[in-house]
Structures are given as structure tokens and as C-alpha cells.
Design a protein around this ligand. Structure first.
Ligand code: ADP
Ligand code: MG
Length: 252
């Protein structure tokens, strides 16, 4: 057995917006191969933290180490190239393009190859084969030829996951992967994340506590930009501080 390794470490990570501390001195350690959930009330700073981790926002203070690299303040494309992918809270698909085209384009984007080279039959076949695998992984193989625009909401989110996975990320950040879903899609998405976590590290913001309970190895509770507590789900749920903070309210 190899020792579990920290793939992501933040040190006193902070973000201020006009003097308001949305993220305040957060120390976060994510262990490689785990599912790590971030929970906390609206406005706790979860999305801001994701934006800092992916380079979409520059920190006001503190640092971020990913996979042994200091990524503090790096632009999003550099962070992505080191192996961080994210799915967004809002969908960003091309309605007319087919499900398979989305994944093939994402695979193409990852190679940096010229369009002309990409069109060669050999390269095309390689992308098609990998696209088919990814669509199978997210349960969309039977919808490969459908325009993305006609997919139901839950399937759109699954396609976004396939697009995010196309870059072969070491760490996948999911911001509210089950938001706005009905029960059936929530179940399907939970099973999907359970499947795609194999060999990957997943950090997710999730409001649905049964989803958190069934997927997360570690839960970090954020409140007003700070870490309130952290631990395995069962412990965090029973933590008097958490109970007090969320008494009578939905935990997230
Ligand atoms: P969460 O995702 O936990 O609901 P956010 O990270 O979206 O919380 O927001 C944390 C706090 O930071 C909120 O009070 C929000 O209003 C504020 N905030 C987020 N982004 C900005 C911004 N670009 N400018 C000013 N304030 C912001
Ligand atoms: Mg948010």
C-alpha cells in the first residue's frame, strides 16, 4: 500500500471583494483518490473557493499547491494543463452540436494539434474511440448522435462531465452537480460520480446531504468564508458546532 498523498493543499487562502472576505484564511488538504465535499450555507464562499482553485480568480492572500506545483495566481489554462478540470453551475453546451462532437472537440482541445492534423483519419479514429469510451462512462452512449440542445437537463450535466473528463484531469471539481435535478436524476448522478471517481480525485460542492453522505470520504464545512469543521460525514453531521450552526435548517 502506498501512503495517501495530498494532491491539493491550500494555505491561508483568502479572497477579498472590496474589503469583504468571501474566503478567509482557508487551509484545505485534499487527499489523492478521495471524494471531498464542500458544504455550507449560501454565501459561505464555496464557489469563490472553486474559482481560486481553478485560477478564475486570483487570491488576495495565501497559497495553493496542486500536485507538487505552486499554482497560486496562475491563469486558468495553466491550472487546467496541470490536471484540474471543473464542471460549472450553469450549463455551457452548443445546442446544435451532437453529444459525440462535444466530446471529440474537448479531446481535440487537449492535444493542441492543428486542425489539419486533427482531420487525419488516424487521429480522428483515435478521438472517436476515446469519445465513445467517455460517453459510455457517463451513460450517454445511446445518445451520441443527438444534438446537445434536445437533451433533458440531467443528461446535459452528464455530457458536461464527459467534456471535463476528456482532458484526463487528476482532479475534478464539481459545483453543485445535482442542483435543479429531480430525484431520479439525483440518483443517476450520484451513481455516475461513484463510477467516475475511480482513479481520480473529486472535490464537490453539494447541497444534498444524502448525496454527500453516500459519496464523500471527507466533508469540509464552510461558514462565512472560513472552515467551521472537517471530517468524515458521520462525524461532521454529529459535530455540535455544525448542529448549532444549522439547527432547524438544511445543513447546506
Ligand atoms: P457560495 O458558493 O458558498 O454560495 P460564493 O462563493 O458564491 O458563495 O459567495 C461568497 C460571498 O462572496 C457572497 O457573499 C457573495 O456575495 C460574495 N461574492 C462572490 N463573488 C463576488 C464578486 N465577484 N464580487 C463581490 N462579491 C462577491
Ligand atoms: Mg455557489
Amino acid at each position: 500500500m502506498t501512503q495517501p498523498r495530498a494532491i491539493l493543499v491550500t494555505h491561508r487562502l483568502s479572497k477579498e471583494f472590496q474589503g469583504f472576505r468571501a474566503v478567509n484564511a482557508v487551509d484545505l488538504t485534499v487527499t489523492e483518490g478521495t471524494v471531498h465535499a464542500l458544504v455550507g450555507p449560501n454565501g459561505a464562499g464555496k464557489t469563490t473557493l472553486f474559482n481560486l482553485l481553478t485560477g478564475f480568480l486570483k487570491p488576495s492572500g495565501g497559497g495553493i499547491t496542486f500536485d507538487g506545483h505552486d499554482v497560486t495566481g496562475l491563469p486558468p489554462e495553466r491550472v487546467a494543463r496541470l490536471g484540474v478540470a471543473r464542471s460549472f453551475q450553469v450549463t455551457s453546451l452548443f445546442p446544435q452540436s451532437s453529444v459525440r462532437e462535444h466530446v471529440e472537440l474537448a479531446l481535440q482541445a487537449g492535444t493542441g494539434l492543428s486542425h489539419r492534423f486533427w482531420r487525419s483519419d488516424k487521429v480522428m479514429r483515435r478521438f472517436s474511440a476515446r469519445a465513445a469510451e467517455l460517453l459510455d462512462e457517463v451513460g450517454l452512449a445511446h445518445l451520441a448522435h443527438s444534438p446537445a440542445g434536445i437533451l433533458p437537463y440531467g443528461r446535459k450535466r452528464a455530457l458536461e462531465l464527459a467534456v471535463a473528463l476528456a482532458s484526463e484531469p487528476k482532479m475534478l471539481l464539481l459545483d453543485e452537480p445535482t442542483a435543479g435535478m429531480g430525484l431520479e436524476d439525483v440518483d443517476r448522478t450520484t451513481q455516475l460520480i461513484a463510477r467516475i471517481r475511480a482513479g481520480r480525485t473529486v472535490v464537490m460542492v453539494e447541497h444534498n446531504m444524502s448525496v454527500v453522505g453516500s459519496l464523500a470520504d471527507t466533508v469540509t464545512v464552510l461558514q462565512r468564508g472560513e472552515v467551521l469543521t472537517e471530517g468524515p460525514y458521520a462525524e461532521v453531521k454529529a459535530d455540535p458546532q455544525v448542529v448549532e450552526a444549522y439547527l432547524g435548517a438544511d445543513i447546506a
